[in-house]
Design a protein around this ligand. Structure first.
Ligand code: RIB
Ligand code: CA
Length: 308
C-alpha cells in the first residue's frame, strides 16, 4: 500500500512529541519534514525540540525547518510550563546531530507541496499555514489534505472559549479556515477522549528502548499538569489524534461541518464556532467526533515499541 507523504507543522510540545514519534515509526507514512512554529514554547525551543525528536528517532532523512516566530498578531505570550521550561519535559539531551534546513519553514512547505501530493498535519498554532496561503496562494490547491489539531466545540483550554492552537493565533486560524483545502479538524471535545494513563507510561518506560523511556519521562511533567488541572494523571493525546486519523481513518467518527473563527470577541477571541448542521454533510471540512481510547493506546504502544 502506498505510503502517505506528510509534513508535520508543530510546536513540540510533549503531545506533539508522541504524535511525531508515532508518525516516524509508521510504515504507512512518509514523513518528509517537520516545520516548527512558535506556540507551546518560543520558536528557538520548538525548532530545537523538533531536531531532538528526529535525532531520537534516528531519522536524519527528515527535513527540519524553523517557521514563524510570531503569530500574525503579536502576543506577549512566551510559553508556559505545561510542557516544561524547554517545551519537552526538561530532560537532558545531547546536541542533536540533525541540523535546521537553511530555508524558512514556510518555504519548505511550499517547495515540498509543489514537488508531490502531500498531506499537512498541523499540530500547533496555524501561523505557518496562514503565511503559506497568503504568500503562495497557488500552493493551496496542491495540498492533498490538511489535518489540524485545534479548536473546541464546547469549552476551551486557555479561556472558556478558546483552545490553545487557535487562541495563540486566531487571525492565522481564520485565514486557514477560509481556504478551500480539504480540512479535518480534531478539536478538544474529540482529543479529550484519547489519553495515556500511568500504566501506559510504565509500559513505555520498561519496553526496553530509548524512545519509550524518554517519552515516558517527557510525559511525567505533563501528567503533573493534568493532575493539577483535571484531577487525574491521564495525559491527553491531543496532537496524536491528527496522526491517528492518517493511520486508521475509520477509527475516528467524523462529520461535515462549517468552522468559523472568532477574532474580535472581548471574551471569545480564539473560539471556533463549529456548525454541525446536516446541510454541511458534504462540506470540505470534517470534524472528529468520537474515538475508542483502548484501540488508540494499543496503536501507540505498537508504534513506539518498534524503535530499536
Ligand atoms: O490545546 C492542545 C494543543 O495546544 C496541542 O497542540 C498542544 O501541543 C498545544 O500546542
Ligand atoms: Ca502542539
Amino acid at each position: 500500500m502506498a505510503r502517505t507523504r506528510i509534513i508535520i507543522d508543530t510546536d513540540p510540545g510533549v503531545d506533539d512529541a508522541v504524535a511525531i514519534l508515532m508518525a516516524l515509526a509508521s510504515d504507512q507514512l512518509d514523513v518528509v519534514a517537520l516545520t516548527a512554529v512558535a506556540g507551546n514554547s518560543p520558536l528557538e525551543d520548538t525548532a530545537l525540540n523538533a531536531r531532538r525528536l528526529v535525532a531520537l528517532a534516528k531519522r536524519p532523512d527528515v527535513i527540519v525547518a524553523a517557521g514563524c516566530a510570531e503569530p500574525l498578531t503579536p502576543t506577549n505570550y512566551v510559553g508556559g510550563d505545561v510542557h516544561g521550561q524547554d517545551g519537552l519535559g526538561d530532560l537532558v539531551w545531547d546536541e542533536p546531530d540533525v541540523q535546521l534546513d537553511s530555508r524558512h519553514g514556510v518555504d519548505v512547505l511550499r517547495d515540498l507541496i509543489l514537488e508531490a501530493p502531500t498531506t499537512v498535519v498541523a499540530i500547533g498554532p496555524l501561523t505557518n499555514l496562514a503565511v503559506l496561503a497568503q504568500r503562495y496562494p497557488e500552493v493551496v490547491a496542491k495540498v492533498e489534505r490538511l489535518v489540524i489539531m485545534g479548536g473546541a466545540s464546547f469549552h476551551g483550554n486557555v479561556t472558556a472559549a478558546a483552545e490553545f492552537n487557535i487562541w495563540f493565533d486566531p487571525e492565522a486560524a481564520d485565514e486557514v479556515f477560509k481556504q478551500p483545502w480539504p480540512i479535518t479538524l480534531m478539536p478538544l471535545d474529540l482529543t479529550h477522549q484519547a489519553f495515556l494513563n500511568d500504566e501506559d507510561l510504565e509500559r513505555l518506560r520498561t519496553q526496553g528502548n530509548e524512545v519509550g523511556m524518554r517519552t515516558a519521562n517527557m510525559l511525567e511533567a505533563y501528567a503533573v499538569f493534568h493532575q493539577q488541572w483535571y484531577g487525574n494523571r491521564n495525559v491527553i493525546m491531543h496532537d496524536a489524534m491528527a496522526i491517528y486519523e492518517l493511520l486508521n481513518p475509520q477509527a475516528i467518527v467524523k462529520q461535515g461541518v462549517v468552522v468559523q473563527v472568532e477574532t474580535q470577541g472581548q471574551h471569545s477571541r480564539g473560539a471556533t464556532l463549529i456548525d454541525r448542521g446536516m446541510q454541511h454533510s458534504q462540506s470540505h471540512v470534517l470534524v472528529g467526533c468520537e474515538v475508542d481510547n483502548d484501540t488508540f493506546r494499543s496503536v501507540v504502544h505498537q508504534l513506539l515499541s518498534s524503535y530499536r
